[in-house]
Design a binder for this molecule. Structure first.
Ligand code: C5P
Length: 207
C-alpha cells in the first residue's frame, strides 16, 4: 500500500507521515529532503541556485546518505529548496529515486511532499492532502525555532511561509496542489496525536 501525503510547509504532514510509516512498519521518505540536498550541493559547487546544469548533476547523485545531514532541516534550506524545485530537469532527475523508493517496501511505503499524489505516485492507494491556516503553521514553526534557540520573529516566520507557499503553488511544473482523489485533512486545531488519529480514521474509512 503506497500512501502519498502532500501539503504546504508546517501543515503537520511530515510528522504524521513518519508516525504512520512506523505504525505500519513500512519505509518513509521525506521528499523535501531531496530538494533541500540538491540546493545545498548546488550552492556549494556553483554558488548559483538557478544553475540548472549543476542542479541536475546534484539531483542525479542523491542517495540515502546525503539525506541524513541535520543541516538540511532549517528554514533557509527550505527556502533554497523551493528555488531548485522550480527547475523541471531537477524534478525529472529526482523522479526515479522517489518511485524506486515507493516500490522498495514489500508492504508499501509512505512518501510526503508537494506532488506525491499528483506526479510521483499518481496510483497511490491512499492520498491525503494536509492543510492548516497560515497562522497555525507559522506558530508551529515559530515554536520549533524557539526550541532550537533561534529567535526568529513570528511575523518573519509567517512571511517566509507565505512566500514559499506562493512559490510552490505558483510554479508551472508539479505545483503544490491536491490530487483530485485526495482525502483532505485540516490540522489547524489538531495536535500531532489528533492528526495521527484523524489520518488513521481516513485510511480506515477508505480501505
Ligand atoms: O517539505 P519541505 O519543506 O522540506 O520541502 C522543501 C521544498 O522542497 C518545498 O518548499 C518545495 O519547494 C520542494 N518540494 C517539492 N516537491 C516535493 C517536496 C518538496 O517541490 N515533493
Amino acid at each position: 500500500m503506497i500512501i502519498a501525503i502532500d501539503g504546504p510547509a508546517a501543515s503537520g504532514k511530515g510528522t504524521v507521515a513518519k508516525k504512520l510509516a512506523e505504525h505500519l512498519g513500512v519505509p518513509y521518505l521525506d521528499t523535501g529532503l531531496l530538494y533541500r540536498a540538491v540546493a545545498r550541493d548546488v550552492e556549494a559547487k556553483s554558488g548559483q541556485l538557478e544553475d540548472a546544469a549543476a542542479a541536475v548533476v546534484a539531483a542525479q547523485s542523491i542517495d540515502a546518505q546525503t539525506l541524513g545531514d541535520p543541516g538540511l532541516r532549517g528554514p533557509l534550506a527550505g527556502d533554497k529548496a523551493s528555488i531548485v524545485a522550480k527547475i523541471p530537469a531537477v524534478r525529472a532527475a529526482l523522479l526515479d529515486y522517489q518511485r524506486n523508493f515507493a516500490r522498495s517496501g514489500a508492504r508499501g511505503a509512505v512518501l510526503d511532499g508537494r506532488d506525491i499524489g499528483t506526479v510521483v505516485c499518481p496510483d497511490a492507494h491512499i492520498k491525503i492532502f494536509v492543510t492548516a491556516s497560515d497562522e497555525a503553521r507559522a506558530h508551529r514553526r515559530y515554536l520549533e525555532h524557539q526550541g532550537r534557540g533561534e529567535a526568529i520573529p513570528y511575523e518573519t516566520v509567517l512571511e517566509d511561509l507565505r512566500r514559499r507557499d506562493a512559490r510552490d503553488s505558483g510554479r508551472t511544473i508539479a505545483p503544490l496542489e491536491a490530487a483530485a482523489d485526495a482525502l483532505h485533512l485540516d490540522t489547524t486545531n489538531l495536535d500531532a496525536e489528533q492528526t495521527f488519529a484523524a489520518v488513521l480514521a481516513l485510511i480506515a474509512a477508505k480501505v
